[in-house]
Design a protein around this ligand. Structure first.
Ligand SMILES: C[C@@]1(CC(=O)O)C2=NC(=C\c3[nH]c(c(CCC(=O)O)c3CC(=O)O)Cc3[nH]c(c(CC(=O)O)c3CCC(=O)O)/C=C3\N/C(=C\2)[C@@H](CCC(=O)O)[C@]3(C)CC(=O)O)/[C@H]1CCC(=O)O
Ligand SMILES: NC(=O)c1ccc[n+]([C@@H]2O[C@H](COP(=O)([O-])OP(=O)(O)OC[C@H]3O[C@@H](n4cnc5c(N)ncnc54)[C@H](O)[C@@H]3O)[C@@H](O)[C@H]2O)c1
Length: 321
């Protein structure tokens, strides 16, 4: 992985944008929507940024602070609360490089628009259904491809995704009170999000009704499951059903092998799942113990004979060969 994806809290924090043109105003809009305190440093501002300074209305409703001047590294230092990041958008490549260098010397995070070699972080393509957000990156290889992907996803994702996210956030404490274990809570949410009624709801009152109904309906005993999966030679050949089960597992058991192919399959499993290399003789015993603790155990097998034996001895809930 070339870049580490994270979501940063810039609310009420100082951010500097160098340059005051078209690109700067796009970055400023993004930063303001995340609640940042934006300062723009530029000898000239475009009309949008002029408006944001509140010049026309005597600065009373200014959205940004403007420093009308050419760049000078002193501006990086002369602030009470230092900048948490700097965005560089001027039309002068040599100057952009200078700003990047000055920021690096000060350990300031810096992005120079469209100059990847001068970016300590890069900007993703964003789908915003706040509080739910999706950020897509190609690691700088194909900006147009991720814009295209965003447009496809935007069309697929329901408008109500933000509502659903916010509603779930509000109800988390109630679900915590009702269910003691993480496993039970997760199952409740999985059942809730996958129910048809929830996918069709368009307002909060309907969601609340469905939520109350499901919370009052017993889930039954939380019994664990065992999924037995025979791996193909390559990850590309993995069945979709196997992938889905691997994504639901709490525990992954596998026999360690000397080549890297097992690692590639494990990489596709649920991020939070516990992963254990296991001696093949212990597979069945370990799987059953964890199942009895209410967990979903996924056994990854790359050996035909062993798969057949385990299939006989385990009462596996799902078998994918
Ligand atoms: C996501 C998005 C956000 C944004 O910028 O707001 C974004 N670029 C977007 C669009 C876009 N950018 C360019 C075109 C014209 C087509 C073309 O030239 O290919 C288009 C298409 C268009 O405008 O439709 C030109 C371009 N961009 C970069 C280079 C340099 C290079 O490739 O070496 C050049 C060539 C400059 C030249 O030739 O001079 C570099 C970067 N652009 C990034 C982000 C970062 C990597 C993100 C990643 O891959 O994960 C990174 C590394 C640095 C950064 O800027 O942070 C936004 C899509 C948002 C959306 O619509 O959803
Ligand atoms: N507009 C786009 O969609 C787009 C797309 C891709 C790449 N670019 C590139 O990104 C860069 C910026 O684009 P733009 O459209 O915002 O250009 P722009 O000409 O509108 O803005 C450039 C800004 O940089 C400021 N500037 C110049 N010298 C400065 C200095 N010494 N200190 C501080 N600020 C200074 C100018 O005052 C101006 O506000 C350009 O190199 C452009 O080629 C633009």
């Amino acid at each position: 992985m070339q870049y580490l994806p994270i979501f940063m809290d810039v609310n009420d924090k100082n951010v500097l944008v160098v340059g005051g043109g078209e690109v700067a105003s796009r970055k400023v809009d993004l930063l303001l929507s995340a609640g940042a305190k934006v300062t723009v440093l530029s000898p000239r501002l475009n009309d949008t940024l002029e408006r944001y300074c509140g010049h026309e209305s005597n600065g009373n409703d200014a959205k940004i602070t403007a420093i009308i001047d050419g760049y000078n590294s002193n501006y990086l230092d002369d602030v009470a609360d230092s900048y948490v990041m700097v965005w560089v958008t001027t039309d002068n490549t040599a100057l952009n490089k200078q700003v990047w260098q000055d920021c690096c010397e000060r350990n300031l995070l810096v992005n120079v628009a469209d100059q990847q070699e001068l970016c300590e972080f890069i900007t993703p393509s964003i789908i915003d259904r706040s509080p739910l957000q999706i950020a897509i990156s190609s690691g700088g290889t194909a900006p147009v491809l991720i814009r295209y992907l965003r447009e496809k996803l935007e069309a697929l994702l329901p408008e109500t995704l933000g509502l659903l996210g916010a509603f779930s956030g509000d109800q988390r404490d109630r679900v915590k009170q009702q269910f003691n274990s993480v496993t039970e809570r997760r199952r409740f949410w999985e059942r809730f999000f996958s129910s048809k009624a929830v996918s069709l709801t368009t307002d909060k009152a309907q969601l609340q009704q469905e939520f109350d109904l499901q919370l009052a309906t017993p889930q039954g005993d939380v019994e664990g499951d065992i999924y037995l999966i025979e791996l193909p030679d390559e990850t590309d050949l993995l069945r979709l059903r196997a992938l889905r089960l691997m994504q639901q597992a709490d525990v992954i058991l596998y026999v360690e092998d000397n080549n890297d192919s097992m690692a590639e399959f494990i990489e596709l499993c649920r991020r939070d799942a516990e992963r254990y290399p296991t001696l093949s003789a212990d597979f069945a015993k370990q799987a059953k113990t964890r199942q009895q603790q209410g967990e979903r155990v996924c056994l990854l097998i790359n050996d035909n004979a062993q798969f057949a034996t385990l299939r006989e001895s385990l009462n596996a809930m799902s078998v994918v060969a």
